[in-house]
Write a protein that binds this ligand. Structure first.
Ligand SMILES: [Zn+2]
Length: 234
């Protein structure tokens, strides 16, 4: 599909900040259409680019996410070393969106975290989504979110004050380089953040950005529990 959206059309609103979206005019053979938000720098796929839940689940099961996949495990060890352990040293953790083979949860347990699992497809126990976590990790999840604002608010409510949210999702390289970027070629990837988006998130949610490698890792600290019910977006 060669997608050239009509700039005069109403392309809807940013799923993160609610601003009007602008179409990205990309000559891509598959995927899209894609939209950019001038306010928070998010790039997102229009609803027509979303897979159905069953198509999504099938795609996730095709990934080799087992503890025997050495590359997969070392990716999480790197994430732990850089984005988690310098900021959080044990306590109660939630692996949010852990997928079918919760490798990171096993590593967290080895480092002394009591770890709960939640995944809407594979570990759908909503009782895990209770407020009290010292650490919430979410790796290779945020790019799948159709409603990132709602999820951020929900995650913020689950983290105790001074607790940590550690995220892995590849940051987009900007509008001009987006066409040649590889990350959007997976049809389950629909929402893309930048370094500017991370800062915008901190301006709206009670989060401080403690660390980012400006590539795919970001660590936030929750700053103020009193904001939970009054001022969180959505
Ligand atoms: Zn936005």
């Amino acid at each position: 599909m060669l997608d050239i959206p009509d700039p005069k059309q109403d392309h809807g609103h940013c799923p993160l900040c609610g601003s009007r979206l602008n179409p990205l005019h990309l000559a891509l053979p598959v995927g899209g259409p894609y939209f950019h938000c001038d306010r928070c720098d998010l790039i997102s796929t229009g609803k027509e680019g979303h897979l159905s839940p069953s198509e999504e689940q099938t795609r996730y099961l095709e990934h080799d996410n087992s503890p025997d996949n050495v590359g997969y495990v070392s990716m999480f060890e790197d994430f732990l070393e850089k984005a988690v352990l310098p900021f959080s040293c044990g306590g109660r953790a939630l692996e949010f969106g852990c997928g079918p083979g919760p490798v990171l949860a096993g590593l967290l347990e080895k480092h002394g975290f009591i770890t709960d699992l939640y995944d809407p497809y594979f570990f759908p126990d909503e009782s895990r989504l209770n407020p009290s976590y010292d650490l919430v990790t979410s790796t290779e999840v945020f790019e799948h979110l159709s409603q990132p604002a709602e999820v951020l608010t929900r995650l913020c409510r689950m983290i105790r004050e001074d607790g940590i949210l550690a995220v892995m999702t590849h940051l987009h390289p900007g509008r001009d380089a987006f066409t040649s970027w590889w990350y959007h070629r997976d049809p389950t990837h629909i929402t893309f953040y930048s370094a500017a988006t991370l800062n915008w998130i901190c301006s709206q949610w009670p989060l401080d950005l403690l660390y980012s490698d400006d590539f795919k890792m970001a660590t936030f600290r929750k700053t103020d529990s009193r904001a939970d019910d009054r001022t969180l977006p959505v």
